[in-house]
Design a protein around this ligand. Structure first.
Ligand code: ADE
Length: 251
C-alpha cells in the first residue's frame, strides 16, 4: 500500500493525528525532527512536525521522500488571507504555489526559481480534489461538533467556504497591512499567504512526488494577525487540520 507523508508546521495542527497513531508508532529522530511512522485508519503514513519556514519544510519533505519513500505528501496548517472573499475559518486548497520572496531579477524573471525555470508549482489535481471534498465535508458535518459555539461566535464562523487557488509562501509572518497590500498588488491571484507550502511544492516537483496542500485561514495578514493567529490556532485550527486529514485517511 502507498505511504502518505503528512506535514504540519505547528504542533497543534497534528497533535490529535499523532494520538490516533496509537502505541505501535515508530519514532525516527532525523535532523532534530521526529518522524512518526505507522498507520492511521489502516493507512500507512509518516507524520512529522516540520516547524515554521521554507527551509524547515523543504528539509522535512526531502527526508520524507528519501528516507521513508513516501508516495505522496499532504500539508495542512493555517494561513493569512490576501483576498476579501477569503475569510477567517475558510479553507484554501492549493492549485499552485509560488515563493513570493524569491527574486533574482534582473538575472532571472521575478518569482522564478533560478536554474529550475519554474515559478508556479502545480499541486496534484486528484489529491487536491479529494482534500477539497474532505474540507467541505468537515466544514458542513464536523465543525459544529468540534468547535464550541463561543469560539464559532468569536471567529464569526457562520458559513465557512472552501476555495481553490494560488497560495504564496515566504519566510515572513505577514502582519503589516502595507506588506499585505503590496503582495495583493503584485500577485492579485493569490488567495492566502503562509510560510512553507511552496517549498514543499518545489521539493515534490524536483522528486516528482504528488502533493496537496490545505490551509485554514486564521487571520487577514494585517496588524492584528498575530493576535487572531494564536487564539484561532488553539480554539479552532487544531480541530480543522486533523479533522480534514482524518476524513482524507478514512476515504
Ligand atoms: N500563517 C498564518 N497567518 C499567516 C500570516 N499572516 N503570514 C504568514 N503566514 C501565516
Amino acid at each position: 500500500m502507498s505511504v502518505l507523508g503528512i506535514i504540519a508546521a505547528l504542533h497543534q495542527e497534528i497533535a490529535s493525528l499523532l494520538q490516533a497513531m496509537g502505541p505501535n508508532v515508530r519514532i525516527h529522530r532525523i535532523g532534530q525532527r521526529d518522524y512518526h511512522e505507522g498507520t492511521i485508519m489502516g493507512r500507512p503514513c509518516v507524520v512529522v512536525l516540520s516547524r515554521v519556514g521554507k527551509v524547515a519544510a523543504a528539509a522535512t519533505t526531502v527526508t520524507l521522500i528519501r528516507e521513508f519513500k513516501v508516495n505522496a505528501v499532504l500539508f495542512t496548517g493555517v494561513a493569512g488571507s490576501l483576498n476579501k472573499k477569503v475569510k477567517v475559518g475558510d479553507v484554501v486548497v492549493a492549485t499552485q504555489l509560488l515563493q513570493y520572496d524569491i527574486n533574482a531579477s534582473p538575472l532571472f524573471p521575478r518569482y522564478e526559481v533560478p536554474l529550475l525555470g519554474v515559478s508556479h508549482f502545480d499541486a496534484d489535481s486528484s489529491l487536491s480534489a479529494q482534500l477539497q471534498q474532505c474540507a467541505q465535508d468537515y466544514i458542513y458535518q464536523d465543525l459544529a461538533i468540534d468547535v464550541d459555539s463561543a469560539s464559532r461566535e468569536t471567529f464569526k464562523l457562520y458559513k465557512p467556504q472552501c476555495h481553490t487557488g494560488i497560495i504564496i509562501s515566504g519566510d515572513c509572518f505577514v502582519s503589516d497591512i502595507n506588506h499585505s497590500l503590496q503582495l495583493q498588488q503584485d500577485l492579485p491571484a493569490a488567495l492566502c499567504v503562509e510560510m512553507e507550502g511552496a517549498s514543499v511544492a518545489q521539493v515534490c516537483y524536483e522528486y516528482e512526488i504528488p502533493f496537496a496542500i490545505a490551509r485554514i485561514i486564521s487571520d487577514h495578514a494585517n496588524g492584528s494577525a498575530h493576535i487572531d493567529f494564536n487564539a484561532f490556532l488553539e480554539q479552532v485550527a487544531r480541530f480543522y487540520s486533523a479533522g480534514i486529514l482524518r476524513r482524507f485517511l478514512n476515504h
